[in-house]
Design a protein around this ligand. Structure first.
Ligand SMILES: [Zn+2]
Length: 502
């Protein structure tokens, strides 16, 4: 049995979750649910990056300790499990989880043993938002961080450095050959051009006073704390047990497949620093890094300071988790940013869910009640119309599997929608109400209408099956509505509510 380990990035928790966090979590959730449905053993992991300096600053601004601040904000991220109907198996908080610090210390020791850590004085421009140093050439023309549009602070201190330069050739080979696969291709090319330009060693500790004592002390050097990215990246191995549970670690970090789902802003940490740290420590690498784009909101870049970040909990309160999940999966582009608006979410939910899939299931179950007293008939439908519906059903499974293997969530959801379209066209083509009239008035044999209704119910059951990774609760409702051949169906109930724009 294949073992599939999928992980999101762990966001720093100095604010509320926004719809961009929902995107990453829902994408990873679909991959996890799909693999479970295929019979794989799955571990889906997420969590929070508690040890960022930004958390210390936000806590100070509120006059509370970092630990109290982080515990409160991390709760909102953990709470997305219910809000978004997520199926993660593990949630690690790097600031308080007892598994984390021993694993970070072990990773540090492993890199040190290879001679990859050394101390040196350093001066550079540091963006607190990114938690990283910038070289002059990496900043915008007016000297700003492109991500945060702020001018980085000049910082001078003695830190520990990681010998990243040593891993350049191996990283190039891994990425070029897709042994470390980066999706989509445009992101792979970006990583390669960064690698070709040459790698500089990067600092992996901070002076303890600058960190206000927050973070994990460097083993054997209490004047320094471990750099938050070194610490945060380690969550992927400390949660399954690196440093605390060798069997758990081996089971999941040496699984058949390890996949990272991350946003485009942190690709260098995941595609360059992280594999180099693993190579240094002699550990297995991830197989795939899938990089999603950003969401904008009403045409604006989502930023906490601008106060325009749509809150997934509020969206779900207005429209339900299924409308939000469906929008994130069916409308967000694989390349280029996508604009979130409530109108787009409503339009998409109504078109695909209420008017297409829901309508097909509802009219089918209603006809079974009207014409067959609610008993699901058996049989096969007539003629070429049936072939078209059968073709949509037959291609959906392979199309979804191939699309999800390529992280193309839009193509995967389209394959489910295609069954709905084919089913609704089938109803219009075979006109079951005329078949029913012919039975009553001309004494026509019931076989033909039985066959049509059986085909439609089979299509509904397929829709339920294929929706499991995307909309698990709706999948269950549709499965109940469509019943089993020969059984009595429950009364018809709309499976999706029609959404009203607010
Ligand atoms: Zn920045």
């Amino acid at each position: 049995m294949a073992r599939f380990h999928v992980m999101t990035a762990i966001p720093y928790v100095n604010g509320r979750p926004h719809v961009g966090h929902a995107l990453e979590l829902v994408q990873a959730d679909v991959l996890a649910r799909h693999r479970r449905q295929q019979g794989d053993e799955v571990r889906f992991q997420t969590g929070t990056d508690d040890n960022a300096l930004k958390n210390v600053q936000s806590a100070e601004a509120e006059g509370i300790t970092p630990a109290v601040f982080v515990a409160r904000t991390a709760e909102r991220f953990a709470g997305l499990r219910d809000v978004l109907d997520l199926s993660f198996d593990d949630f690690i908080r790097t600031g308080s989880d007892p598994r984390h610090r021993p694993g970070v210390e072990r990773l540090w020791a492993a890199c040190a043993q290879q001679g990859d850590l050394y101390r040196k004085a350093y001066a550079g421009r540091y963006c607190g938002g990114c938690e990283r140093f910038y070289a002059d050439g990496e900043l915008t023309a007016d000297g700003r961080c492109a991500e945060h549009e702020t001018v980085p602070e000049v910082i001078e201190e003695e830190n520990w450095f990681f010998r990243l330069s040593r891993y350049q050739d191996r990283l190039v080979e891994l990425v070029e050959t897709d042994r470390l696969r980066i999706v989509p291709a445009v992101r792979k090319r970006g990583v390669l051009s960064f690698l070709y330009a040459g790698l500089a060693d990067f600092s992996v500790s901070r002076r303890v006073d600058r960190a206000r004592g927050w973070g994990i002390p460097v083993p054997g050097d209490p004047d320094q704390v471990v750099y938050v990215w070194y610490d945060a990246l380690a969550n992927y191995i400390t949660a399954p047990g690196y440093g605390t549970d060798d069997a758990g670690f081996d089971r999941w970090w040496n699984s058949s497949e390890r996949v990272h789902v991350i946003g485009k802003g942190i690709i260098r940490f995941h595609a360059v620093y992280w594999p180099a740290m693993l190579l240094s420590a002699g550990l297995t690498l991830p197989d795939t890094i899938f990089v999603h784009e950003y969401l904008t909101a009403n045409g604006q870049k989502i930023s906490k300071s601008a106060g325009n970040a749509p809150d997934p909990a509020q969206i779900v309160e207005s429209y339900g988790s299924e409308a939000l999940r469906w929008w994130l999966l069916s409308e967000v582009a694989g390349t280029g940013d996508t604009d979130f608006t409530a109108d787009r979410l409503v339009a998409r939910a109504n078109e695909d869910l209420a008017n297409n899939l829901g309508n097909l299931v509802n009219r089918t179950v209603a006809m079974v009640h009207r014409y067959r007293d609610g008993r699901a008939p058996a049989g096969t439908g007539p003629g070429p119309e049936t072939h078209a519906l059968r073709a949509a059903r037959a291609t959906a499974g392979p199309t979804i599997a191939a699309a999800l293997a390529a992280f193309d969530f839009r193509k995967a959801t389209e394959a489910v929608v295609a069954i709905g379209h084919a089913g609704n066209r089938y109803v219009e083509a075979v006109r079951p109400w005329e078949l029913a009239r012919a039975e009553r008035s001309d004494g026509a044999s019931p076989g033909r209408l039985d066959g049509v209704l059986a085909e439609l119910l089979a299509a509904g059951r397929d829709i339920a099956h294929h929706l499991v990774p995307f909309l698990p609760a709706a999948a269950a409702r549709i499965a109940v509505q469509c019943g089993q051949p020969g059984a009595r169906l429950p009364d018809p109930e709309p499976v999706f509510r029609r959404q009203e724009a607010s």
